[in-house]
Design a protein around this ligand. Structure first.
Ligand code: 13P
Ligand code: SF4
Length: 310
């Protein structure tokens, strides 16, 4: 791409020319968030993808999110800036292994976190996101046996708040498991008035000392409504952009990771760049193509989630 090119202007031009909409997750870099038509958490993005009238959905997030958009709105072209933007959590649950696991528990229903492949969705009874997992699990009778996949941390958190005993698949997100409890505790002492806010993909010891736990949208909303002036934020750093924008006088400190990692950026989310957005819009590749049988099987549990969350 010509370095002289004004990518912001070119992307705006392409949006109009192609009747395209850019949907971005909160973990995207600030420039991408600023050019997006909608920024949201996984639930908001799925709802937006379902109802858009655009001809082209440009999905600035990771593969499972774009795949979900295609499942819900198959007549639209869904393009992604980088086909390699996957998800460690989704990768931790391969469909053939999960199918064998599920077969061992025929009396269990399967509740799956949206961070999974279409293959796992097709093996599930209902999908959840971090913002509706609790109400969806609670919509089942108390004695219903449940398998929860693929995130063991979110599953353990939902078990704790609902008093359930769901069987958990052993998956996790690489970003939310690297926080250092020791460094966070030190930081809390240095900033005694700061509140610790965390995503439920974090491990239990961190969640136990958190003041608020929620999805990215939930965390952002909390910082808007809460009266504290300082927050330690235990999730991917991309969310800080919106937190700082809507709360210009508050201070946000990214929760520190352990020494194995320099920062808590998601390497998959951060594969996307403004330049790649421009290129995928211009050439309309890579785009999501799905087998129709798989799409329909994966759609059923997502529709069930959207009905409960409407
Ligand atoms: P939410 O934005 O739905 O909270 O999901 C967080 C996440 O890890 C997405 O990959
Ligand atoms: Fe997956 Fe974690 Fe990255 Fe979200 S932050 S896309 S769950 S690896």
């Amino acid at each position: 791409v010509d370095p002289q090119l004004d990518l912001f202007a070119e992307i705006e031009k392409l949006k109009k020319e192609k009747n395209a909409v850019i949907l971005a997750h909160y973990y995207q870099e600030p420039d991408i968030q600023d050019i997006a038509d909608y920024i949201g958490d996984s639930l908001g993005l799925a709802q937006e993808a379902q109802k858009t009238n655009a001809d082209m959905i440009v999905f600035a997030g990771v593969h499972f999110m774009a795949e979900t958009a295609k499942i819900l709105n198959p007549t639209k072209k869904v393009v992604i800036p980088d086909f390699k933007a996957g998800c460690s959590l989704s990768d931790s649950c391969p469909p053939p292994l999960f199918q064998r696991f599920r077969e061992q528990y025929p009396d269990h229903v399967v509740v799956s976190y949206i961070n999974c492949s279409a293959g796992i969705k097709a093996l599930s009874d209902v999908i959840v996101t971090s913002s509706n997992a609790r109400i969806i699990v609670e919509s089942f009778p108390k004695d219903q046996k449940i398998i929860f996949a693929p995130d063991k941390n979110l599953g353990a958190y939902i078990n704790k708040v609902t008093g359930r005993n769901m069987l958990l698949w052993n998956g996790a997100c690489m970003v939310h498991e690297i926080f250092s409890l020791e460094k966070i505790t030190r930081l809390k002492h240095q900033h005694p008035d700061a509140k610790l806010i965390a995503h439920p993909e974090c491990e239990e010891p961190l969640l136990r000392i958190s003041d608020y736990i929620g999805s990215t949208t939930g965390l952002l909303k909390f910082t808007k409504e809460d009266s504290a002036q300082e927050y330690i934020v235990a999730t991917e750093t991309g969310i800080l952009h919106q937190m700082e924008k809507v709360n210009p006088h508050k201070k946000f400190i990214p929760a520190p990771p352990d020494n194995s990692c320099a920062c808590n950026d998601c390497p998959h989310m951060k594969r996307n760049t403004l330049e790649k957005i421009y290129l995928c819009m211009k050439y309309e590749i890579p785009d999501i193509i799905m087998d129709e049988g798989l799409r329909l099987a994966a759609k059923k549990p997502i529709d069930r989630m959207l009905e409960i969350s409407a």
